[in-house]
Design a protein around this ligand. Structure first.
Ligand code: N01
Length: 539
């Protein structure tokens, strides 16, 4: 499977795959184990998501005082975030700072794509191969491979034939792209497309936004970080970080205690207006207790946002097309924008409805839909990811009996507590399917998962165990629990990447644990306290 000449096998104790935020922390934590650790990273720099997604407008949608590491008090006191919601370049700079500050860089092998991961049951070892010819034989693998890593470009006829410049947003050139005087086509209106649109619109000659599904988005109201606010966080970091882990989202947000139906229409309008105008558009999603579970409550919130779109976009037909009406609000990732809807008031921006008239082909000169063709110089694919599973299934992973992970996950990504897959021993996933993953604040969630895995490995060593697996029965039990949690929400009503619905042929399963990060911690802790029930540890 390797593409370069293969070097002789070398040995290690642990291989970490990925030097994103969780992989970096895993490297730091694993130091304490006196183990030989090797980390492979596909990029030529650190930061994972925040290394790859350098498209114009890329910015986090969780405030940076929270979306940052908690493991080192000096680091969190000293680091300064210039803005409330950090842009990609600040997050990448932070990842680099952490790697250098903690001396981790030399442990990372950059530009090394793991393309084969094979478990040898006789040896109880993993064989890790890369496209550069590395072959490392190790005891444990920590797959910090990210939830949104494997890109999705739909297979339209002619995709390879386009004669202009084309980019997927998660593989953006470091030198940037000049849009001056260019006709640009942007496919996709998820969080990414919504961030790209206003920035490209500023310089492109013309921007065509190809929309299949209109999305709910709220203004980020991003601004320079207020020093008093920063001080307040820094003065209270230990307590706040602890509280984050006791919350459903691994973050500190205002939590509602009121039903939308406790109020008159006028009162609820006033409350929603207040939340809309608050510092963070996300607050709107936390206005009432029942909007995530009750479709009638959800409709009220959704209509409030649709009315905001109608008030913002001058052309009523365009406004109506931008109004989401295919899914309940919050069942696809809520987007946070900086002038998305306003961009459609510009003369150089055209919204193209590719739900009614789907894209049929890419040609050397542009795009063809069932309604017409568009001449383009630059084509931007903001078409998302084979999320949650793609990073592992594309890696050619085989477990006990040579079983291919793709085969094991044919009907959906079975796992136990999001950490282990039965028949794939000693392979730990971070932010994998079955964990809260993207439904909780990912840096904090990743730190917690990494800590759990490192403690697990420490205990294995202490107890003289060398192999851990789970069983299909425990996977089924977790699947039932996950299903139960998802059924209490409206998530399954949307054709979202959460459900695998964006990838043709992918099984339609809600892939994350939506019971809350606090509950997830409780469940993982219980299993450990009950003597590792569900984890089959052998010598
Ligand atoms: O990807 P997406 P994304 N024909 O899958 C469209 C995180 N993130 O990169 O909805 C036409 O959401 C697709 O249409 P539809 C965040 O978790 C965070 O935008 O499937 N269109 C959709 O509009 C987010 O959820 C931040 O009908 C096609 C778009 O492409 C996740 O990343 C910023 C198509 C894909 O949207 C992914 O976001 C950015 C087709 N054949 C991302 N196939 C922040 O922190 C796909 N599409 C702010």
């Amino acid at each position: 499977m390797s593409t370069a000449a293969e070097a002789p096998a070398e040995t290690a104790d642990i291989v970490v795959i990925g030097a994103g935020f969780s992989g970096i922390y895993a490297l730091h934590r694993l130091r304490g184990l006196e183990a030989r650790v090797v980390c492979f990273e596909a990029g030529d720099g650190v930061g994972g998501t925040w290394y790859w997604n350098r498209y114009p407008g890329a910015r986090v949608d969780i405030e940076s005082m929270q979306y940052s590491y908690s493991f080192d008090e000096d680091l969190q006191q000293e680091w300064r975030w210039p803005e409330y919601f950090s842009p990609q370049e600040d997050l990448e700079a932070y990842a680099n700072h952490v790697v250098d500050r903690f001396g981790l860089r030399e442990r990372i092998r950059f530009s090394s794509v793991v393309n084969r991961l094979r478990y040898d049951e006789d040896e109880n070892r993993w064989h890790v191969h890369t496209d550069r010819g590395d072959h490392v034989v190790c005891r444990y693998v920590v797959a910090a491979t990210g939830s949104l890593d494997a890109t999705n470009i739909p297979r339209w006829p002619g995709v390879e034939s386009f004669g202009g410049q084309s980019y997927h947003t998660s593989n953006w050139p470091k030198e940037g792209v000049d849009f001056h005087g260019k006709r640009v086509g942007l496919i996709g209106t998820g969080s990414t497309g919504i961030q790209v649109t206003p920035v490209v619109a500023e310089t492109a000659d013309h921007l065509y936004v190809f929309q299949r599904t209109a999305n709910f988005s709220m203004p980020s109201r991003n601004r320079p970080l207020d020093p008093d606010y920063e001080r307040e966080w820094k003065d209270n970091y230990p307590e706040r970080r602890a509280k984050m882990l006791q919350s459903a989202s691994a973050g500190l947000f205002d939590m509602p205690d009121r039903s939308v139906f406790d109020f008159t229409p006028e009162e609820r309008e006033r409350l929603m207006e207040e939340a809309w105008n608050s510092r963070s558009g996300f607050r709107l999603m936390r206005c009432f207790t029942d909007t995530a579970r009750d479709i009638a409550a959800n409709d009220i919130l959704a209509e409030f946002v649709r009315n905001k779109i109608r008030q913002t976009v001058r052309d009523p037909e365009v406004a109506e097309l931008l109004c989401p009406n295919t899914h309940p609000i919050g069942t696809k990732r809520i987007c946070i924008d900086s002038g998305y809807f306003e961009a459609f008031n510009r003369d150089n921006v055209t919204l193209v409805d590719v739900r009614t008239n789907p894209i049929t082909a890419v040609t050397p000169g542009g795009l063809v839909t069932t309604a017409g063709s568009y001449e383009l110089d630059i084509l931007i694919y903001a078409t998302g990811f084979d999320a949650m599973t793609g990073s592992l299934t594309r890696m050619n992973v085989t477990g006990v009996g040579g079983r291919d992970l793709r085969d094991k996950w044919r009907d959906g990504p079975t796992n136990y507590l999001g950490f282990l897959v039965a028949g794939f021993p000693n392979l730990f996933m971070i932010h994998g399917p079955g964990s809260p993953s993207v439904l909780a604040q990912m840096i904090t969630g990743g730190e917690w998962q990494v800590d759990w895995v490192v403690r697990f490995i420490e205990n294995m060593e202490k107890d003289g165990r060398t192999r851990v697996d789970t069983t299909p029965d425990w996977e089924d039990r977790w699947a039932v629990e996950m299903e139960k949690a998802a059924d209490m929400t409206l998530f399954k009503r949307a054709d979202s990447w959460y459900m695998g619905a964006n990838i043709p042929g992918k099984p339609r399963v809600f892939m994350m644990y939506v019971g809350g990060f606090d509950q997830y911690i409780r469940r993982c802790t219980e299993q450990v306290e009950s003597g590792y029930a569900g984890f089959v540890r052998t010598a």
